[in-house]
Design a protein around this ligand. Structure first.
Ligand code: AMP
Length: 214
């Protein structure tokens, strides 16, 4: 199964992707996580990513494509939970081509709808594991008292540097202008289902499973 969790930053894609990874034993491909790993490695590509990421701008498609095949190769052939990718219509088209080359096609696109008023609150309270990418929230999904990740057993939790109010606003503008049209692309193919991304984590998870017929 190939599945896209779609929605703006703060919709809960990363959190729900982790649940789906566990339930369906599928790998997650998050271009954001891959870019942060590249940045942490200090590579030239990582520096280029950072120029855009730190400002809340989308990384240009050509640079994103450099990661895509690498991510899919590492993910194996059973399918993927895509989180934060594709973010532009050209990315969606290339993904279709790359999947077709591998004898696959996109199965489901689940769009997580969350009002803007909730997004800033969610993102600014977010804490992310540097080791495994697990996401916590200081109030809604509090991290363990020792400040270490419970999921991977002890990596440091940090506030991402693009999780500030100013950068979040820019990211949302980018989403509206360049990413939202991707939903239309998949709606035209009859693949997209919208669910409410607000409420209890378990409730949202159940909505996602229902949207994909599970
Ligand atoms: P995320 O972790 O998915 O919220 O992504 C963090 C940042 O990485 C975004 O604000 C973009 O700057 C960049 N980014 C991640 N994935 C993509 C993508 N598919 N296309 C363009 N930029 C991306």
């Amino acid at each position: 199964m190939d599945l896209i969790l779609f929605g703006p930053a703060g919709a809960g894609k990363g959190t729900q992707a982790k649940f789906l990874v566990e339930r369906f034993a599928l790998p997650q491909v998050s271009t954001g996580d891959m870019m942060r790993a590249e940045r942490a490695s200090g590579s030239e590509l990582g520096h280029k990513f950072d120029e855009y990421m730190s400002k809340g701008l989308l990384v240009p498609d050509e640079l994103v494509f450099e990661l895509l095949e690498k991510g899919l190769d590492a993910a194996g052939s059973k399918g993927v939970i895509f989180d934060g990718f594709p973010r532009t219509v050209p990315q969606a088209k290339v993904l279709d081509e790359v999947l077709a080359k591998r004898g696959r096609k996109m199965d489901h696109v689940v769009s997580m709808e969350v009002p803007l008023s909730d997004i800033v609150d969610r993102i600014t309270g977010r804490r992310t594991c540097q080791g495994c990418g697990q996401v916590y929230h200081v109030r809604y999904n509090p991290p363990p008292a020792d400040g270490k990740c419970a999921s991977c057993g002890g990596s440091e939790l940090i506030q991402r540097k693009d999780d500030t109010e100013e950068v979040v606003t820019r990211r949302f503008e980018e989403y509206k202008a360049k990413t939202e049209p991707v939903l239309g692309y998949y709606q035209a193919k009859g693949l997209a289902t919208s669910i409410e991304g607000v409420g209890d984590l378990d409730e949202v998870y159940k909505r996602i499973k229902a949207a994909i017929g599970q």
